[in-house]
Ligand binder design. Structure first.
Ligand code: PMP
Ligand code: GLN
Length: 383
């Protein structure tokens, strides 16, 4: 393995899921739901599979899916031409990797916010670029926000792109309009490309609102907006993602993408098109049920002695292990499946500054209530 990929030999999700299986633990580590998506979407997939629709789809994706993605994006007030400004990818993961490969050269810098979704560091490395990491800082009310001073300081003449994820995995932070406006202003001032990972766009709670960076002044023409069906329609295994951007940026991402997977998920693409057009009421029910699950798990974790952090979106809540007498959440995460039968993910593995994040564990609440209750019951045995 070449040196630049040596830090990336195992993903925390595969490791923790393997440990959960080995010990029969309740898996609140890897974020995937344990119920299926809308029946109409599954029916549409079945019809494709049994309707002889099993060969390569067109390179940019099935036209009906690209049209549905463009229609869906209108909810934010941005128009995209389905023929030139939308590209279907093998999940958001491929979209992010292909975008970085297509848009950065060796030596270019990409600004990444820590804690960051694990594939980001690997994708920057595969592109041959360098990551410049900035952190989140705590507000007086205990929420996290972008460190805008650090962002400004991180920009150099080599900076090519900012990779931004909101709603944010692992912390559940949803960046405010004011914060996003500040990011947009810096991108415009320094002529940077923004790559936005919006896979949790529908999963926001309370009064949080998802605001795509591309909707802000000067950003439509410099933002590669990425999302996927996995989180919106409970189908993380389908790996249907997409990119919306300008014709030039979409063509660039496609140039890389076509030689990574070429195409994927052909028979599933019409089903995702159907879901985007018809199943948003189902998604609204998913959103409210996830909000209840966030509350249920947060209350349970607090009861078990954790200091639970606020989460305004995603599948995840983070919790401080120090009130329970532990100092390193990663050590605890490795013991937890065997000791009490629960799996969680240490936040520090998503950072370049493990000491600053070592007290936090990430728990997924995208599970049936009885699974959450069972996990909480087991975690009570920790004290
Ligand atoms: N980005 C974030 C922030 C994620 O949590 C995930 C995990 N699902 C992905 C990207 C990957 O999405 P996909 O499965 O569509 O590749
Ligand atoms: N996105 C999911 C998470 O953060 C897992 C994806 C994966 O296993 N690669 O838990």
């Amino acid at each position: 393995l070449v040196p630049r990929l040596r830090p990336f030999t195992a993903t925390i999700f595969a490791e923790m899921t393997a440990l959960a299986v080995k010990h029969g633990a309740v898996n609140l580590g890897q974020g995937f739901p344990d119920t299926d998506g809308p029946a109409g979407m599954l029916e549409a997939a079945k019809n494709s599979l049994f309707g002889g629709d099993n060969q390569y789809p067109p390179g940019p994706g099935r036209p009906e899916l690209r049209a549905a993605i463009a229609r869906h994006r209108l909810r934010y007030g941005t128009e995209y031409d389905p023929d030139t400004e939308v590209l279907v990818t093998a999940g958001a993961t491929e979209a992010i990797t292909a975008a970085l490969i297509a848009l950065t050269e060796a030596g270019d810098e990409v600004i990444v916010v820590e804690p960051y979704y694990d594939s980001y560091a690997a994708a920057v490395a595969m592109a041959g670029a360098q990551r410049r990491v900035i952190g989140l800082v705590e507000t007086p009310d205990g929420h996290l926000e972008l460190d805008l001073d650090a962002l400004r300081d991180a920009i150099t003449p080599r900076t090519r792109a900012v990779l931004l994820n909101s709603p944010h995995n692992p912390t559940g932070t949803v960046f405010s309009r004011a914060q996003l406006e500040a990011v947009a202003a810096l991108c415009v001032e320094h002529d940077l490309i923004a790559v936005t990972d919006e896979v949790y766009e529908h999963l926001v709670f309370d009064d949080a609102v998802h605001l795509p960076l591309a909707t802000l002044p000067g950003m439509r023409e410099r933002t590669v907006s990425i999302s996927s069906a996995g989180k919106t329609f409970n189908c993380t295994g389908w790996k249907i993602g997409w990119v919306c951007s300008t014709p030039e940026l979409v063509a660039a991402v496609k140039a890389a993408k076509q030689f990574i997977t070429f195409v994927s998920g052909g028979p599933l693409q019409p089903a995702v098109a159907y879901a985007l057009d018809h199943e948003l009421p189902w998604v609204e029910e998913l959103r409210t049920s996830l909000q209840d699950k966030r509350d249920r798990l947060s209350a349970g974790l607090a009861d078990a002695g954790f200091a639970v952090r606020p989460s305004s979106g995603t599948y995840f809540v983070t919790a401080d292990v120090r009130p329970l007498g532990f100092t390193d959440a990663a050590e605890l995460a490795w013991e937890l499946p065997e000791r009490v039968g629960v799996a969680a993910v240490p936040v520090k593995v998503f950072t370049d500054h493990p000491d600053e994040w070592k007290h936090l564990l990430r728990f997924a609440f995208c599970k049936r209530n009885e699974v959450i209750d069972e996990a909480v019951g087991r975690l009570r045995r920790l004290v």
